[in-house]
Design a binder for this molecule. Sequence first.
Ligand code: CMC
Length: 428
Amino acid sequence: MSENQASLTAGGNSVDMPIKSGTIGPDVIDIRKLYGQTGMFTYDPGFTSTASCDSAITYIDGDEGVLLHRGYPIGQLAEHSSFMEVSYLLLNGELPSSQELADFSRTITRHTMLHEQLATFYRGFRRDAHPMAIMCGVVGALSAFYHDSTDIADPTHRKISSHRLIAKMPTIAAMAYKYSVGQPFVYPDNKLSYTGNFLKMTFGVPAEEYEVIPAVEKAMDRIFILHADHEQNASTSTVRLAGSSGANPFACIAAGIACLWGPAHGGANEAALNMLKEIGTPDRIQHYIDRAKDKNDPFRLMGFGHRVYKNYDPRATVMQSTVREVFAALNVQDPLFETALRLEEIALSDPYFAEKKLFPNVDFYSGIILSAIGFPTTMFTVLFALARTVGWVAQWNEMISDPGQKIGRPRQLYTGPTARDYVPLSDR
Ligand code: CMC
C-alpha cells in the first residue's frame, strides 16, 4: 500500500482506496469504488464521518474553534468587513477592490424590489402564520416570477438568480414581519445600505421618517456576517442535494429555508431565547441544567453544543461582545443577558458539559441582541435565513460549476421485510 492509499478488507476482498488531501483539515478516503469492488456500502447515518463534496469556500476546525471564509478568520471579517464584502468574498473567492465592491453593492441594491404581484401572495397567508412558513412559500414562489433566470446551465442565469436571491431576501423577510403585525409593506430605499434598508423596511412606517441608528445597523450587519456561511451544515447540504437534481435555485433555497427552521439548526435562536425567558432568573438555572443532563428528559440547553465545534464557537464570542455594544447604543438592559452569562458559567463548570465538549454556539446570544433591536422571537430564524442565503447560493454555484457534478443519491441499510407475496384483501 502506498502512502496515499487506504486499504480495507471486506467480503473476502482487499480494496485499495485513494486518500485525498485538501489544503487544511482531515484527509478523506475516496470510497467511490468500494461498492463496485466489495458489494458493500459505507454506513454513516447523520454523516458524522462523511465528506460529501470538495469545497473551497468555508473551513472549520471544530477542535480549535476556527472558522475561515475563503481563508479569512471570522473574527477579522466581523470586525473589519461588511456583509456585502463578505458576500462578494463567498461568491467570488477573493476580497473585492473598492470598485468591485461598489459595483456589487449597486447590483444587489437594484434587485431589492419584488414583483408587485407577490404582495398578493402574502395576503393569502393567515396573519398569525409563522414568518418562516411564509419564507418557505414566498421564496419557493420566486421561480414562478423570475423564470427568466432559471437555466442553471447558463452561468449568467446563475449569477442573476444569485443576485436576485441575496437582494430580495431582506425585502421578503421584512414583508413577512409587516404582514404579521398588520402594517403596510415598506418599499426598499436604494439610498440605504443593504442592512440599513432591511431595518427601514422592517421598522419604518409610511407616516414617519425612519432614521437608521448607525450602531444598530453595524450590529445587524455583523450578525449577518456571522451567519453568512458554515460549510456543509444541514441546510447547505439540503440546498446542494436539491440542486444536484437540476432543480432551479429558488426551489433549492426554499428547501434550505425549510431545513434551517428546525430547532436543532437555525430554529435554535428562537428556542434559546424562549428557554432563557422560561428560566427567567439565575436562581432557576440549576434546575434546567439538571434537566438537560437527565437522559429521561428531552430538554436540551438550546444554543449549546455543536456537531463540529468541540470548543467555543468563534461566532458566539463575537455575538457576546455585540450584545454589550447594542445595549450601550440603545441605552437598554435585559436581565436575560445576566441569566445567559450565568447559565454559560454554570454549564461550562459542570463535568457533563465539559466531558461532552458542549459550548455556547452562535444561537446562544443572538436572540438577546435581536430582541433588544426590536425583533419578535419568530423573526430570529428568518434573519438567519436571510444571511445564510449568500452561503447557500455560493455553495450551490460551486456545485453546479463542477463539470463532474452528479445527482446526490445516498443508499441505505435495508431493514424491512424480505420479498413476500401479495395477500388479497378478502384473505387478510
Ligand atoms: N444540552 C444537553 N445535552 C446535549 C446538548 C445540549 N444542548 N447537545 C448535545 N448534548 C449531549 C447529547 O445528549 C449527547 O449525549 P450522549 O452522548 O450521552 O447521548 C451528546 O451531548 C452528543 O450530542 P448529539 O446530539 O449526539 O450531537 P450532535 O452532533 O448530533 O448534535 C446539536 C449537535 C447542535 C444538534 C446538539 O448539540 C443540540 O441539539 N444542541 C441544541 C440545539 C442548538 O443549539 N442548535 C444550534 C446549532 S449551531 C447553529 C446551527 O447549526 O444552526
